[in-house]
Design a protein around this ligand. Structure first.
Ligand SMILES: Cc1ncc(COP(=O)(O)O)c(C=O)c1O
Length: 382
């Protein structure tokens, strides 16, 4: 399959249509070797030498992700955090970085505790405002603008094309954490981003049984070469079996994400009318501040993630989460099972999550069961 005229959903379902030339198997073997033969004249003409640098089991998932993102190349990492950290760690020591105030809290915390300590100057801004991004970028000094859209846990939206223009005008790269959007709903590289990152632990794998991360680049340039060398020498690699599991998950990415989006939209609309819910944060609702930008840059849906604010504050929110049955009280997102979580309990003091916020990751169950379960949990608090 060349992929030129095929829909991304077809490329994903067939994992680019690769088959094993020697056996005809429609699923490629998992390569577990950590070392590869040299040629008699001491060369490595087959391109593989050692498992930390090269793993044939990465080829298909990396190629598939590259095709889905419309990029030039991709790298698998041992977690989403390892992928994100690789970008920050590959910058010059004293680089200035612009990052959003609303972002995955774990990365914000790592940036504060580790990236800043190692010399980076990171400025956190309201990334829903292009003016704020423009003011923060220091031409010639800012090397990276990092955004996440829609962003955890408020599902704020950043205009990717606008952010790319601002970053590039200042001589910086734009990297997008597109975990919540997935390549199904957003293609940041086509909007001018230089790098796309995913916590593949979430939707790309989709079954809450694997930790992985990815980076995809628009160009195989010097910065990308540094990322490739950094993974190989730093060793934040994925195991062969995990790479296979990730590929298996990616084959069902489209139907999973499409279903989750439709259900999330239904759940958001149902809860917006609930007397015990003061606000529903979902970019698919016309009243969400990021709706217009999301409608411009997202394809066919607004994602499977939303948050609700429960009247009665933190105690009422935690009590409602305690009463669900179909939803599972757990962190993470993007799996086939729906998850609910009181976010302020997780994120710590500098979290933008209000104390009454519950984050919902919508899975692929029947949406009526999810709505009935949530209504029952909320009604009991009223
Ligand atoms: C948006 C986002 N980015 C990055 C990460 C980090 O990924 P991982 O947990 O795979 O390291 C997460 C994890 O929750 C996330 O939600």
């Amino acid at each position: 399959m060349t992929g030129k005229s095929l829909h991304p959903a077809t490329l994903a379902a067939q994992a680019l249509g690769w088959t094993d030339a020697s056996t005809g198997a429609v699923i490629l073997p998992v390569h577990i070797a950590t070392t590869f033969m040299r040629d008699p004249d001491n060369q490595y003409r087959r391109g593989r030498s050692y498992g930390r640098a090269d793993n044939p089991s990465y080829d298909q998932p990396q190629a598939l992700l590259t095709a889905l993102e419309g990029g030039a190349a991709s790298l698998l990492f041992s977690s989403g955090m390892a992928a994100a950290a690789a970008v920050f760690q590959s910058l010059p020591r004293d680089a200035h970085v612009v990052a959003p105030r609303v972002m995955y809290w774990g990365l914000r915390s790592w940036v504060r505790n580790f990236a800043e300590a190692s010399g980076l100057a990171v400025e956190f801004v309201d990334a829903t405002s292009l003016d704020a991004l423009r003011r923060a970028v220091r031409p010639g000094r800012t090397r990276l603008v990092w955004i996440e859209t829609p962003a955890n846990p408020l599902w704020s939206v950043t205009d990717i094309a606008g952010a790319a223009e601002i970053a590039h005008a200042g001589g910086a790269l734009l990297a997008v954490d597109s975990t919540a959007a997935t390549p199904v709903l957003s293609r940041p590289l086509s909007l001018g981003a230089d790098l796309v990152m995913h916590s593949a632990t979430k939707y790309l794998n989709g079954h809450s049984d694997l930790m992985a991360g990815t980076l995809t680049t628009a160009r195989e340039d010097a910065f990308w070469a540094r990322l490739v060398a950094g993974r190989s020498s730093g060793g934040a690699i994925l195991g062969s079996f995990e790479a296979y599991l990730l590929l298996r998950g990616m084959r069902t990415l489209y139907p999973r994400v499409e279903r989750a989006c439709r259900s999330a939209q239904q759940i958001a609309e149902a809860l917006a009318a609930h007397p015990d819910v003061s606000e529903v944060l979902y970019p698919g609702l016309p009243g969400h501040p990021g709706h217009a930008a999301a409608a411009r840059q997202m394809i066919g849906g607004y994602g499977g993630m939303l948050s609700i604010r429960v009247r009665g504050g933190a105690a009422a929110a935690i009590a409602a989460a305690a009463r669900v049955d179909v939803w599972k009280r757990a962190t993470s997102l993007g799996g086939v099972e729906s998850l609910i979580e009181h976010r302020a309990s997780v994120e710590g003091a500098d979290s933008p999550a209000p104390p009454d916020l519950l984050r919902l990751s919508v899975g692929i169950e029947h949406p009526e069961d999810l709505i009935t379960d949530l209504r029952a949990a909320l009604n009991a608090s009223g």
